[in-house]
Design a protein around this ligand. Structure first.
Ligand code: SME
Length: 151
């Protein structure tokens, strides 16, 4: 499944009426997880600036214990501080990493900006080693832009 072909589905979810923001976020996670074979867990975390923590708001895949992540901890927490994409081809090579499951081999985290501010992120875990390319980064930046329009 090519990433580009999913854009119309994402746009439809984002612009649908009578659907809550939380439900839309969940549907976006489900579309990505269902259609891209190396996207095995997809979630959105959002920042609580006062507490300096990230909070899981929507996801598709196995439930995780890591629903709250302090800034600076793990891949997600580092992106909360760096404001930059973080692509991890092999999680075993990372010291500052929070393991969710032994089946996870790689991860990509892309910050989500609203009015120029890093307010959260999309986090994707994969059971495949080194599956993410620049195409994933550009596509997920696009997804986050669409999501920022409803926040
Ligand atoms: N692995 C992440 C934690 C979140 S789980 O992948 C759902 C990290 O190191 O930040």
């Amino acid at each position: 499944m090519s990433l580009e072909t999913l854009k119309p589905q994402i746009t439809t979810i984002i612009s649908s009426e009578n659907t809550s923001v939380n439900e839309k976020l969940t549907q976006v996670c489900e579309v990505l997880q269902n259609h891209i074979d190396y996207y095995n867990w997809v979630g959105f975390y959002f920042a609580n600036e006062a507490e300096r923590t990230l909070h899981l708001k929507a996801f598709a895949g196995e439930p995780t214990d890591h629903t709250v992540i302090p800034f600076g901890k793990g891949i997600c927490g580092q992106v909360a501080e760096s404001n930059a994409n973080f692509v991890v081809p092999d999680v075993k090579a990372q010291d500052n990493y929070i393991a969710c499951s032994i089946t996870v081999k790689s991860e990509i985290v892309i910050p989500l900006f609203k009015n120029g501010k890093n307010i959260g992120q999309i986090d994707i875990d994969s059971h495949t080693i080194d599956p993410f390319s620049e195409e994933d980064e550009r596509f997920l930046e696009w997804v986050n832009k669409r999501v920022s329009e409803i926040l």
